[in-house]
Design a protein around this ligand. Structure first.
Ligand code: BTN
Length: 254
């Protein structure tokens, strides 16, 4: 990973003020969280080429072969109302999707609630945010140059990379710089204009609305039609017994 190449592509004011890199760590999210405990500020970015304990949502693991993909965590401030911290995940979704599209202008790229970056119906990337003291760690994994054989059989049918889709290899550094630029832009928009514009733009980038889905939540599952995001950024799904707000869970098109 060439950190100077990332820095030369940055147009940010505060994001990427400091970029930490190690060839291998347990998880960039855990590494960032430890560093926050010993003093680290908004905008610092943690990057690696390999994670031995990559974390996914809902206690899953995040797998990624060495030196092929983007494994990154950034440190941000929570919004003034810390109950709304999950909204930063939506901003990261828009920011990283737009950043990717600058390098890889594909209409098959979209967002799936709450945090998946989808390419041609398969998972290209994921976002995992976590509160740590007075900061938020936003971890992002994007499959860039993985081949199909690199994926374990359990995710081979559901995961994808830019290389699998296009047959070409991409510069991780260029994508990282573009995504950080775009995240900062959208984060600044949120700061000045609020959540409504974020919700509108998130909805524009997702094709899940109006579709039939199965929602699996920690305490059960149900089926319905995806209506919209509510004012807080949670998913509203029309089920046979009324509109339900989904706060956490998986959304599976049926
Ligand atoms: C998901 O389950 O969709 C979220 C995956 C998030 C993976 C990224 S990779 C960089 C950062 N460090 C981690 O351990 N997880 C996140």
């Amino acid at each position: 990973m060439d950190i100077n190449k990332i820095k030369s592509g940055l147009k940010t004011d505060w994001l990427g003020s400091k970029i930490h890199y190690q060839p291998s760590v347990d998880s960039t999210n855990s590494w960032a969280a430890r560093t926050i405990n010993s003093g680290c500020g908004r905008g610092e970015v943690f990057l690696t080429d390999f994670q031995s304990k990559g974390q996914g949502r809902l206690d899953r693991t995040w797998e990624s072969p060495s030196e092929k993909n983007i494994l990154l965590s950034l440190v941000d401030n929570p919004p003034p109302d810390t109950k709304k911290t999950h909204q930063l995940t939506l901003i990261a979704g828009i920011g990283f999707l737009d950043g990717l599209k600058n390098i890889f202008p594909e209409t098959a790229l979209s967002l799936k609630w709450p945090n998946d970056i989808i390419l041609s119906g398969k998972k290209l990337g994921g976002i995992l945010s976590k509160h740590q003291n007075n900061s938020v760690v936003i971890g992002v994994g994007i499959n860039v140059n993985t081949t199909l054989e690199d994926f374990s059989p359990t995710i081979r049918n559901t995961a994808i990379s830019l290389k699998i889709f296009s047959g070409k290899e991409y510069s991780r550094e260029e994508i990282i710089a573009s995504c950080l630029n775009s995240y900062e832009e959208w984060r600044n928009i949120y700061e000045t204009k609020g959540i409504e514009i974020i919700i509108k733009n998130w909805e524009k980038r997702s094709d899940i609305f109006g579709k039939s889905v199965k929602i699996t939540e920690p305490h059960g599952s149900f089926e319905g039609i995806v209506e919209m995001l509510d004012a807080d950024g949670f998913l509203l799904v029309k089920a046979p017994d009324g509109i339900k707000q989904v706060i956490s869970g998986d959304v599976i098109p049926i």
